[in-house]
Design a protein around this ligand. Structure first.
Ligand SMILES: [Fe+2]
Ligand SMILES: [Fe+2]
Length: 143
């Protein structure tokens, strides 16, 4: 059985999600590599852990888009690593806020289309992005 082709709007949103998941998985992994100073030492493992979660999100969304008949993008949205730990964390906090807004929209569009699987997938991813946002926000308070 082939899947009913998903509407163009939903497929475009899934590709936006993939582009930003690739972006942040590279961004956080490079921040894991390029950290500086004592405070950077304290958070470098967290960057790596979150980078791996973002790569898993990219995979999950790409699998879903493929099933729905779309072609997953290979192009990340612009990557910004930052020079200082503060710059890194401020960018990451903002990127998580953008992800949260986009994924709420995807949940809403999937709900309207009756696509329960995409909806529940993005609710799950959304809760992880809120966790990342909470981590970056908390770390920013301490620097
Ligand atoms: Fe993610
Ligand atoms: Fe995230």
């Amino acid at each position: 059985m082939t899947a009913r082709k998903a509407p163009k709007e939903l497929m475009e949103l899934l590709n936006q999600a993939i582009a930003r998941e690739i972006q942040v998985s590279v961004q956080y992994m490079w921040q894991h590599v390029l950290w500086k100073g004592v405070k950077g030492f304290a958070v470098r493992e967290e960057f790596k852990k979150i980078a791996i979660q973002e790569m898993k999100h990219a995979e999950a969304v790409a699998e879903r888009l493929n099933y729905l008949g779309g072609i997953p993008t290979t192009k990340p949205t612009p990557i910004f690593v930052g020079d200082s730990l503060r710059e890194m964390l401020e960018q990451d906090k903002k990127d998580e806020e953008d992800a949260i807004a986009l994924y709420k929209k995807i949940v809403e569009v999937a709900r309207k289309e009756g696509d329960e699987v995409t909806k529940s997938m993005f609710r799950e991813i959304l809760s992880e992005e809120e966790g990342h946002h909470d981590t970056f926000t908390t770390l920013l308070e301490e620097i």
